[in-house]
Design a protein around this ligand. Structure first.
Ligand code: NFS
Length: 654
């Protein structure tokens, strides 16, 4: 058991790992033990981009290398370890940007279909955001219908992907100083696809072979994610599906129900999920479920699609990335419906031990052994009904080996840039002023974004929890997305009462005054763009410098695993924010490349990377950076005075 406990701190997860091993079902935790990570690939010292290799160029460990030895430590083509390391790093960023970009492109085209009335069942939900975007882009409003305006916006957004020259439109949202910096450094992206294609070309055998130049191109392609693909996805999804507002829900495998047809939707793009929410409530479908002996239909989410449904509908969340196969292990899941990204192929093998149907729904992502049922946006209601019907039909196949862990936690989610603005400032004077004032007076020391995946190479959920607790204890307000948001929610950090329990006195006093949890859920990974917008809003509000890099803020991904996480990290650093990653670091085998990312980037971008696998130490690095920024702003004194006041107050009370 001691060994099993080393896999997760989440009781529901531990219980299901145990059940999996009793049932003979293999899950990710076990595979991570039997399939060891390749140490050469892990440190970024293997080049496999041509057939003269793969070439392994590791530095000798524990001894000084002579110049002659160093000269020989190159690939067959002569590529230096720096080139190889940087090339690998940039390729990963390009893949991450491509993934978020492809999501954004699908959403932009879908948005256009909705506007043209070609996707029945969907309509524009957030008119205010639509009009705001139209004004941002100079699209005439007048007495035109929302749909006419949306067609113009949709065309403009679709065009961002294939644009060949100029600059991405959303760059204009960044502080002016940041925009100028990007232009001066030559990293302002022209379009989204072009930057991905160029990064793939630069990293092809025999093209860009100057590691610094390669790493700069990594910033350019990453910015095309954060201020491009991801931001387009978030903005357009908000307009079609609604901008999130605070909402109460439940999280963990305990949200599955013994007597219902359980359906989990897992993946990233919310079109199908939105329709599932509707179809699962359809009386005809509920009646059909009853005809098979179930009490009803229970819909829950997994991974980032869960976040999308949670944010807008308060739908329950079954778990984060490492829990996906464990949902099958409950024996109570009729269908795991998936689309794209973060879907483990292992789901199919695990499902074989139970009755769960794995249903793929996207033409870009089929899985051998799964059932493919293509979701058609233009016939959304009917094609979703077919999926739900298949799940219901599977209910009769449920076996006796059912155990749903009794763990689920309440959470408040649904924070967006707009809701933070509103909650802080109030309906009639929505503004970031109170947030900035509380940062200036030191009640809030700074703001941290803690985001990203789970990774079985580190204790599940623990990196997040230790980091977030350390941050809020030190009065740092934490903004979260993705699987890390879920880790905090499971541990009870996303309810207002958590402020009194875990936050430092300054942060707790602000949270209590506004009724906020000390840890705010901003949505899916794509919604890290909300953090960029929030940071920009803080700059524009005034009093905290004139660029994002002046703000007392920091970012982290303590349990990251995906290429998307690297793209996110690089655009956050390129936007001026110090960012620390845990688990392992993809350029750790190369000193020069790591130095560039950890140190040199600061002089160019005002933000830089760090690697620290110990989550508490990583949190302390973030706090030290926040304090450095406070000092530069001249607000470090204010903080000390507030602490003195607190001490005085306590003395008075006693
Ligand atoms: Ni983002 Fe990682 Fe995946 Fe979401 Fe979860 S693993 S980079 S958090 S589900 S995208």
């Amino acid at each position: 058991m001691a060994e099993k406990e080393a896999r997760s701190i989440d009781q529901a997860t531990l219980e299901m790992i145990e059940k999996a091993s009793q049932d003979g079902a293999r899950v990710v935790f076990e595979r991570a033990e039997t399939t060891r990570a390749c140490p050469i690939g892990q440190e970024g010292s293997c080049c496999s981009i041509c057939a003269m290799g793969p070439c392994r160029v590791m530095a000798p460990k524990g001894k000084e290398e002579t110049l002659e030895e160093r000269r020989k430590r190159v690939g067959v083509c002569g590529a230096t370890p720096e080139t190889i390391s940087a090339r690998n790093f940039v390729r990963k960023i390009a893949a991450g940007t491509a993934s978020h970009g492809d999501h954004g492109r699908v959403i932009a085209n879908f948005f256009l279909s909705v506007a043209k009335g070609e996707a029945p069942g969907y309509q524009i939900k957030d008119e205010m955001k639509l009009l705001q975007l139209a004004m941002d882009f100079g699209i005439p409003i007048g007495d035109r219908t929302n749909e006419e305006i949306a067609i113009d916006i949709g065309k403009l957004m679709v065009n961002e992907f294939g644009k060949q020259e100029g600059e991405l439109l959303f760059l204009k949202r960044a502080p002016l100083k940041r925009q100028k910096l990007w232009r001066d450094l030559g990293v302002a992206p022209r379009g989204i696809d072009i930057e991905v294609a160029e990064a793939m070309h630069r990293t092809h055998m025999g093209t860009d072979q100057d590691y610094k130049d390669l790493l700069e191109s990594g910033v350019k392609v990453a910015l095309a994610d954060g201020w491009g693909g991801s931001m387009i996805a978030t903005e357009l999804q908000d307009i079609i599906f609604g901008t999130p507002q605070p909402v109460l829900s439940q999280i963990n495998l305990g949200v599955l129900k013994e007597d219902d047809v359980n359906i989990i939707i897992h993946g990233h793009e919310p079109q199908l999920a939105e329709m599932l929410v509707r179809v699962a409530q359809d009386p005809e479908m509920i009646e059909y479920a009853r005809s098979k002996g179930a009490k009803g239909i229970n819909l829950a989410g997994m991974c980032c699609t869960a976040n999308e449904m949670l944010m807008r509908h308060g739908e329950p969340v079954a778990g984060n990335f490492l829990q996906q196969e464990l949902a099958n292990v409950t024996g109570a899941l009729e269908a795991m419906v998936v689309d794209v990204q973060c879907i483990m192929q292992g789901l199919v093998d695990t499902a074989k031990c139970y009755h769960t149907k794995i249903i793929t729904t996207d033409a870009r992502a089929k899985i051998q052994g799964a059932t493919h049922m293509l979701f058609d946006e233009r016939n959304a209601f009917e094609s979703t009904k077919a999926i739900v019907r298949a799940a219901i039909d599977n209910y009769v196949n449920r076996g006796k080996n059912v155990r749903i862990p009794k763990y689920s936690s309440p959470m408040v989610a649904g924070f967006s840039h707009e809701t933070i603005n509103y909650l802080m400032g109030g309906m009639f004077r929505a503004s970031y002023r109170p947030l900035n004032d509380n940062i200036i007076n030191g009640r809030i020391r700074g703001v941290a974004g803690v985001v990203g995946c789970n990774n079985p190479r580190t204790l599940h959920d623990a990196g997040n929890l230790e980091m977030v607790k350390e941050l809020i204890k030190n009065d740092v307000l934490v903004l979260q997305t993705g699987c890390m948001a879920m880790a905090s929610a499971k541990a009870g950090l996303m309810v207002p009462e958590a402020a009194a329990k875990y936050a430092g006195p300054g942060l707790a006093s602000v949270c209590e005054a506004v009724g906020l949890p000390p840890v705010l859920h901003l949505g899916a990974c794509i919604d890290n763009s909300r953090i960029l917008i929030a940071a920009t809003a803080m700059v524009k509000e005034g009093g905290l410098g004139d660029d994002i890099s002046d703000l007392p803020v920091a970012g982290a991904a303590p349990e990251w695993m995906s290429e998307k996480a690297l793209a996110i990290g690089q655009y956050v650093v390129g936007s001026g924010i110090f960012t620390v990653f845990g688990v392992n670091w993809p350029t750790v085998g190369n000193k020069e490349v790591s130095e560039y990312l950890f140190k040199d980037m600061e002089s160019r971008y005002g933000g830089m990377w760090a690697f620290e696998p110990d989550p508490v130490k990583a949190a302390q690095l973030m706090i030290a950076h926040i304090d450095k920024k406070r000092k530069a702003l001249g607000i470090d004194q204010a903080r000390e005075r507030v602490l003195y006041d607190m001490a005085m107050r306590r003395a008075l009370e006693s």
